[in-house]
Write a protein that binds this ligand. Structure first.
Ligand code: ADP
Ligand code: MG
Length: 558
């Protein structure tokens, strides 16, 4: 038996790869299952053009077989198999992808189901195995072969007996070391969870035997252990289904299965884009604020899939901060991934997708506001603050996107209103959008400063959150109407023209002077005010910073 040597370069490459490409060992299973899925796909594509070949879905599957006694894990598939030459070429030459070649040969341009392309995934097996054995019989071939390798040292190929077409890959799982646990890759529950995590939407059934205790038939209180074959993956990704075939319950179930939150989704968005960029996405607006949402621990992001295979748990680049509350996933076949598939090669496509997604979220929120106002207000209660941060952050670059999503409590309507609603109701002689800040609506209502404005019949927006004034400062105006605090010294209201008479000024001069003395350093002036009706006194602000903002600023730690 002749032992063939890897080329020197391959040897180095293999060592480097096994030790450094993947940040998580468990992805070895994703890689091997993806290869099996590709192998079945190839038969499927062949059957499309070959009348002599029928594709009976039921006879195609992947099976995962752990064996604790022998410390082996076998990945079996009924795919196209490999000839001796293919074993040699595809598994003996690193970075050679038989799958990529297959796509090219068969001119499968939108062969978006075939996953392989880099020709390295297979070697991920060596992260968990000392020995890898591949027994394969190719479609249309009489012989079967066994390929075996202990890693960088090389491999052997020998004839072998196998009756059915397909491939068995058996890994001799490494022994545990002090730091590392390899036993877990022989545990049924662990394997199932890895399959669920990465390979849930592989289109062919991934089977596993499951041992269960069951009551013995006919005999009371007696149990027996039975082995049942289970299908672990859900196979058809919900996002590839037609929206019309799906119910709200289907989306809810998906939300829960994916553990996006403990609540229910308030609203789902199902996107299928098939243009210059292609992707499917299912996004959710959560019903409740995640418990850590307004903390540093919260990580924004969407799950990122490439062809139904999970690439990233939380791809932060897909969501702007102001929509960081969104949950869900994106699947695209157009992503160019690096060889570990853990990173994206170019983020151009990703940027385009992210931009498109933001637009869709905005539109959805706007239509929610228009058509399901109550739901929108519920949403806004939880996440409105984040939108306002969005307006304020990044030097106001997102204000155009966000201004129409804002809502504030209205003095007139006694409920939340949008800026558009406010402006559409403005009186003819009204110059500004007025707002008043305070701790609560009740407190604001009693502010002396609101009197004159309210008296004119103008609507006032009540600001109760710290961020409100900062966001508004960034907006400056809405539909060319500037914002104005009711406590600013120039309200732009035609005050009753009768001027304060000099006599009046004189009369109070002494009083005002002594008030100024007492309040020295706290106020810059004491004046007679024309804006008060029932209140004896009020504070007003000169210049840019309102009284409420001053409070926020001075309460901030240096
Ligand atoms: P990739 O999947 O990116 O092509 P891999 O290193 O994962 O690279 O696999 C290399 C090649 O080996 C595949 O392209 C395919 O031709 C072949 N191969 C691997 N596993 C199987 C399998 N289970 N059945 C048939 N061919 C396989
Ligand atoms: Mg592969």
């Amino acid at each position: 038996m002749e032992k063939k040597q890897f080329q020197a370069e391959s040897k180095r490459l293999l060592e480097m790869m096994i030790n450094s490409i993947y940040s998580q060992r468990e992805v070895f299973l994703r890689e091997l299952i993806s290869n099996s899925s590709d192998a079945i796909d190839k038969i499927y594509y062949k059957a499309l053009t070959d009348d002599g070949l029928a594709f009976d879905k039921d006879s195609y599957y992947i099976k995962i077989i752990p064996n604790k006694e022998n410390r082996t894990l076998t990945i079996r598939d009924t795919g196209i198999g490999m000839t001796k030459e293919e074993l040699e070429n595809n598994l003996g030459i690193i970075a050679k992808s038989g799958s990529l070649a297959f796509k090219k040969e068969n001119e499968i341009r939108d062969g978006h189901d075939i996953i392989g392309q880099f020709g390295v995934g297979f070697y991920a097996a060596f992260m968990v195995a000392d020995v890898v054995t591949v027994i394969s019989k190719a479609l249309g071939s009489e012989e079967a072969y066994k390929w075996e390798s202990e890693g960088a040292d090389g491999y052997t190929i020998t004839p072998y007996k196998k009756d059915t077409v397909g491939t068995d890959i058996t890994l001799k799982i490494k022994e545990n070391t002090e730091e590392e646990n390899f036993d877990e890759y022989l545990e049924e529950y662990r394997l199932k969870s890895i399959i669920k995590k990465y390979s849930d939407f592989i289109r062919y059934p991934i089977k596993m035997d499951s041992k269960n205790r069951k009551p013995k038939e006919g005999i009371k209180d007696e149990f027996e252990e039975v082995t049942e074959e289970q299908i672990i993956n859900s196979m058809v990704p919900i996002w590839r289904k037609n929206k019309n075939e799906l119910t709200d319950e289907d989306y809810e179930k998906f939300y829960q299965e994916k553990h996006y939150g403990f609540d229910k989704p308030l609203k789902h968005i199902h996107i299928s884009v098939d243009g210059t960029i292609r992707y499917n996405a299912i996004l959710f607006i959560p019903e409740n604020i995640p418990f850590d949402y307004y903390s540093k621990e919260y990580e924004k992001g969407l799950e990122l899939y490439s062809n139904g295979v999970l690439i990233m748990d939380k791809c932060a680049d897909l969501l702007p901060d102001y929509f960081s509350f969104m949950k869900g996933m994106v699947d695209s076949e157009d992503l160019s991934l690096n060889i570990s598939r853990e990173m994206l090669q170019h983020d151009r496509q990703l940027k385009l997708i992210a931009k498109n997604i933001s637009k869709k979220i905005k539109n959805e929120l706007q239509s929610l506001m228009k058509n399901e106002r109550e739901k929108y207000e519920q949403f806004y209660k939880s996440f409105g603050r984040q939108l306002k941060y969005g307006v304020y952050s990044d030097f106001g670059t997102h204000k155009e996107t966000l201004q129409d999503l804002l809502m504030f409590y209205s003095s007139k309507e006694k409920k939340m209103v949008t800026l558009e609603e406010y402006v559409s109701r403005m009186k003819e002689d009204q110059k500004y959008i007025y707002f008043a800040s305070g701790e609560s609506y009740e407190r604001i209502e009693k502010l002396p400063q609101t009197e004159l404005v309210a008296d004119k019949g103008y609507e006032i927006l009540y600001f109760t959150e710290d961020i409100d004034e900062f966001a508004i400062k960034m907006l400056k105006s809405y539909k060319e109407k500037e914002f104005k605090s009711v406590s600013s010294s120039d309200l732009g209201i035609e005050e009753d023209k009768e001027k304060t008479s000099e006599a009046e000024e004189k009369e109070y001069k002494e009083l005002f002077d002594s008030m100024k003395e007492i309040l020295a350093g706290k106020v810059s002036d004491v004046r007679i005010s024309k804006r008060l009706k029932s209140h004896p006194v009020c504070l007003s602000a000169d210049g840019e910073v309102t009284i409420e903002m001053e409070k926020v600023l001075s309460s901030m730690p240096d």
